[in-house]
Design a protein around this ligand. Sequence first.
Ligand SMILES: NC(=O)c1ccc[n+]([C@@H]2O[C@H](COP(=O)([O-])OP(=O)(O)OC[C@H]3O[C@@H](n4cnc5c(N)ncnc54)[C@H](OP(=O)(O)O)[C@@H]3O)[C@@H](O)[C@H]2O)c1
Length: 293
Amino acid sequence: MTANEITLNNGVTMPSLGLGVFQSAPEETTAAVAEALGVGYRHIDTAAAYANEREVGKGIRRSGLSRDQVFIETKVWISDYGYEPTLHAYDKSAAKLGVDQLDLLILHQPLPSRFDLTLDAYRALEKLLNDGRVRAIGVSNFMPEHLDRLLSEAGVVPAVNQIEVHPYFQQPALQKLHSQHAILSQAWSPIGGITAYGGADKRSFDDPTLLDIAARHGKTAAQVMLRWHLQQGRSAIPKSTKPARIAENFAVFDFELTHEQLAAIDALDTGVRGGPDPDSITLETYGRPIPEA
Ligand SMILES: NC(=O)c1ccc[n+]([C@@H]2O[C@H](COP(=O)([O-])OP(=O)(O)OC[C@H]3O[C@@H](n4cnc5c(N)ncnc54)[C@H](OP(=O)(O)O)[C@@H]3O)[C@@H](O)[C@H]2O)c1
């Protein structure tokens, strides 16, 4: 059976399955985090832009677990890109979370129109890594051209690239590039939440192939999707604020998909992304100040 642990390219170990908190309202986040830690999660993925880092910190303290038992991942928003602003972004996130070291700090998006700022932000992450303020650094939503450029200029290969991956959008070429550089693929919207927002008509949760595989294992479609990520070596960070679903999404270490079932899920890829095209992200369209701690 797959263990809930993955070793990053710098030797740091990380629980593969974490709780996501994007769109978790601040008033629900503390309870969701404490609930998740209570049922066995040991990894929380938040972001400065989610405006709930403070509540994540409260949930971790409420769980009663010690700091070193929980892997905390957060993200720097584009408005804080640049060398000094990104160093300060670390201070803001660490203070809101109530910790003096982060386990994984990543750049939330590339800024293709201001890649100079993106590189300066990454240099700040390298400095934080060097100073022991963070245990690992990485990126998110970097496409092959962004990664190639970063790798040609940066000293530290990112430990992870957090990207949209679910059965309907799998980015195989990007995942292959990750493998070539020992960058971990971390799946956001891992159970296809983005296919269901706003009443979309093709929800991953209702997919007949996934439901058929799920029935054969006495599991749900969400559990099958998470198992698919884990067996293919990815990290996944499903989000829920509902206790039953938080527990359901963690009950994925007691069954195994066959090669045929993995291949059947691979075949669901449509090549159509649910989230925004990373090249469309600019300071003008998505920039907004991240408050002080
Ligand atoms: N880097 C990025 O740009 C980026 C972008 C998006 C997301 N993320 C990260 O990835 C995490 C997960 O992505 P996501 O939140 O978009 O999507 P997701 O985890 O694939 O799906 C979450 C959605 O599915 C529902 N859900 C959860 N468990 C379920 C289950 N077992 N059965 C049925 N429905 C279920 C949730 O609702 P309830 O809460 O009501 O249960 C929520 O609406 C985020 O929270 C965030 O940490 C990162």
